[in-house]
Design a protein around this ligand. Structure first.
Ligand SMILES: *Cc1c(COP(=O)(O)O)cnc(C)c1O
Length: 398
């Protein structure tokens, strides 16, 4: 396909591609700014994992144009990709970086998470006279990384000891909730307990002189359901991309998915009664039907577990998937859908006329979350960036 925008011509092969609607990302952010008390809480955009599959540098630029000056990623590679992409703002690595890379962290002005007191000492030793900016992670009940905060006095003392280490510039502390996306009594009580531990430990450490300017605990679900103005940052991920932290939750009015996954019809035929389709022959026609083959499959990130349970959108109508989803192809029943021919555009998730299928809908079918779907869109799928209905950029990885 070749599309001409005002100043450029963009080419990509019209097989299977992801459309990334940057204006929706901007609108989602504006809606969230109104829901969060931004006097107290600055929004940090979580753009780890290639911005949840959307493309880290384009999304960084888009959020930056919309006033964001704090980004978080999961690791050093991702942080350096943003720096190379022109990011001048704060970047916090939420996960582990080997202490031997202390110089890379300081040279690139990247903030590193401290996972434990032992790690703090290693990083401090490695950093020597080139201080590394750090935020200390507190494990208040997630059980993943961080200082154990079940005893807040001990935890506060540990924070103070870390703050006194040379080679580190401790600027903040944060925690992560384990069940902020569930509204049952048990989860609500657990999140409250995590919050209590977090702010108790941070307050005690500050009272003992720890210079924690930035203390933060809010992910998307917590920002929506457990907002607390004592959190100086909200680390927003999934909600910016327009999906739900949990399928049982409602998302605020106006928030829209940023990514749509498209493919085309590659082949059309009549499947006669009694004939089967695809590997394992799990589908046999019980009457004559019209079947379209689509050039997309699990190697593009469209899960094989959806076999026999998925639908796609063609000409504003729903078409059911039939037979096993293959690595590169899948088949759908287009009987009764008018005007379908080889080359007709197909929506795997996204909107087509009145019909919508979201990544969250697909996730619900096979028991995962929308996060896994968008993060799993493979590198062979070009990302096509769209703003005001025009293509502004195309990223191909292969
Ligand atoms: C991924 C992540 C987030 C963002 O979570 P969402 O649910 O996508 O908003 C926030 N904080 C930490 C520590 C994370 O790892």
């Amino acid at each position: 396909m070749e599309i001409t925008s005002s100043s450029n011509t963009f080419r990509f092969f019209k097989r299977t591609w992801a459309e990334i609607y940057l204006d929706r990302a901007g609108r989602n952010l504006e809606i969230l700014k109104k829901l969060i008390d931004t006097e107290h809480t600055r929004i940090a955009c979580v753009i780890k994992a290639n911005a949840y599959g959307h493309g880290d540098v384009p999304l960084m630029k888009c959020f930056s144009e919309n006033g964001i000056d704090f980004f978080t990623v999961s690791n050093l590679d991702e942080a350096l990709r943003l720096r190379r992409g022109g990011c001048k703002d704060d970047i916090l690595i939420l996960g582990w970086t080997a202490a031997e890379y202390a110089a890379v962290l300081s040279e690139n002005n990247i903030i590193q998470t401290v996972l434990s007191e032992k790690y703090a000492k290693e990083l401090s030793d490695a950093a020597k006279d080139r201080p590394v900016r750090v935020h200390i992670k507190l494990d208040t009940g997630m059980g993943r990384i961080g200082l154990n905060a079940s005893d807040t006095d001990k935890c506060a003392e540990e924070i103070v000891r870390i703050c006194s280490l040379g080679g580190l510039r401790t600027e903040g502390a944060f925690t992560h909730f384990a069940a902020a996306d569930s509204l049952d009594d048990d989860s609500l009580a657990y999140t409250e307990m995590q919050k209590r531990r977090f702010f108790d430990a941070a307050d005690k450490a500050k009272a003992m002189g720890a210079p924690l300017e930035n203390i933060h605990c809010l992910n998307s679900a917590a920002a929506l359901l457990h907002y607390d103005k004592r959190s100086s940052l909200a680390r927003l991920g999934i909600i910016l991309y327009g999906l739900k932290p949990d399928n049982a939750l409602q998302i605020p009015q106006g928030i829209e998915p940023v990514m749509e996954l498209k493919t085309t019809v590659s082949h059309i035929k009549t499947l006669h009664k009694g004939e089967s389709v695809s590997y394992g022959r799990i589908f046999t026609a019980d009457k004559d039907m019209t079947v379209a083959t689509l050039p997309a499959g699990y190697a593009d990130g469209y899960a094989r577990l959806l076999s026999g349970k998925n639908e796609v959108l063609i000409n504003g109508r729903r078409a059911k998937g039939i037979g096993r989803i293959c690595m590169d192809q899948m088949m759908v029943d287009i009987s009764g859908i008018p005007d379908v021919h080889e080359g007709t555009e197909v929506t795997l998730f996204g909107r087509d006329g009145e019909e919508v299928i979201t990544a969250d809908d697909l996730a619900a079918i096979y028991g995962t979350i929308g996060y896994e779907i968008i993060c799993g869109i493979n590198q062979r799928v070009p990302r096509v960036y769209i703003r005001d209905g025009k293509i502004t950029e195309v990223h191909e990885f292969i």
